[in-house]
Ligand binder design. Sequence first.
Ligand code: FES
Length: 155
Amino acid sequence: MCDQKKVLEIIENCGTCETKLLEILLEVQNASELNYISADNAETIAKALDIPLSKVYEVISFYSMLSMEPRGKHIIEVCKSSACHVKGSKEVLKMLEEILGVTAWQPTEDNNFFIEEVNCFGACDIAPAIKIGSKVYGNLNKEKLIQIINSYRGV
Ligand code: FES
């Protein structure tokens, strides 16, 4: 959950126009340690923008990048689009699930990682690719994946 004070600060920076709703939701989610928007956060946003709470929920459920469920500290996005698919994105997903001991779309027990499949994020030249936060990693194999995951453990 994002601290209410932080939510109000984000709203103040973005503005209270309804057109800013998606931007606000993304920022609130990013500011939350476990990458989600809590019911309290949603209510604060609805009140500040003077819109029905149902509108906030509608937008959250429309965009797959938004979540009302706690996900994890580090979201691992596995590209499933054509270039990555051809170069073995399914194997990358399986290896990540094996390394972390979870299946995609569920947080690891320590809430440190959450794997999700996404569409192309423009790293096709280094397929198969994954993205963690703003960092992109490509030309992956199991050894490289273990190194990447280890670099995020305890961070
Ligand atoms: S197809 Fe995977 S990054 Fe473009």
